[in-house]
Write a protein of this length. Structure first.
Length: 168
């Protein structure tokens, strides 16, 4: 993995945050998203889930249509919308559909092709999920000599600065 900025089909920069479960990816990203929003940036958060998940409510109309065999179910209201693909869609293809944001932050999907920021906590007993020397940066609570850039879990503003360098 290089520092080369990777963009989706709409030209939006994509960064992925990788770590083992329980490391604090979501907590860190919550803080980072707030920081980026405070800077006036529009953010897409893409959560890759290695397990099956459900977002529809059993018994509701949209769930019933999905259960009947709809390949795609769309739910929308005045304040939000979701397109539920009831079939496999390549994650890269989903990334390419995203428009009207300034950057895309992918949580998980360790095999993704975008610049990685790897997270590691000493207490987990696990190593980084990716070679730190091949990552854009690492976020850790212990020194990492192999990392080109290293941040602590409380340095969300500094990580936002790093991402901002790639948005210029």
């Amino acid at each position: 993995m290089s520092d080369r900025l990777t963009k989706n089909a709409a030209g939006i920069p994509v960064f992925q945050f990788v770590a083992w479960s329980g490391t604090g990816k979501t907590t860190f990203l919550e803080k980072l998203i707030r920081e980026l929003r405070a800077r006036g940036l529009r953010v897409c958060a893409y959560k890759h889930d290695g397990h099956e998940f459900e977002i529809d409510t059993p018994g509701k109309d949209s769930w019933r249509m999905t259960q009947a065999g709809a390949d795609v179910t769309v739910l929308s209201s005045a304040g939000k919308a979701v397109i539920l693909e009831n079939r496999f869609v390549d994650p890269g293809d989903l990334i390419d559909r995203i428009t009207d944001v300034d950057l895309i932050l992918v949580e998980g999907w360790k095999a993704g092709p975008w610049p990685r920021i790897a997270l590691r906590r000493k207490a987990s007993g696990k190593d980084f999920p990716a070679d730190p020397s091949g990552c854009l940066a690492v976020i850790t609570d212990t020194p990492c000599a192999e990392a080109r850039r290293s941040f602590g879990f409380d340095e969300t503003a500094a990580v936002a600065d790093l991402l901002g360098e790639y948005l210029k």
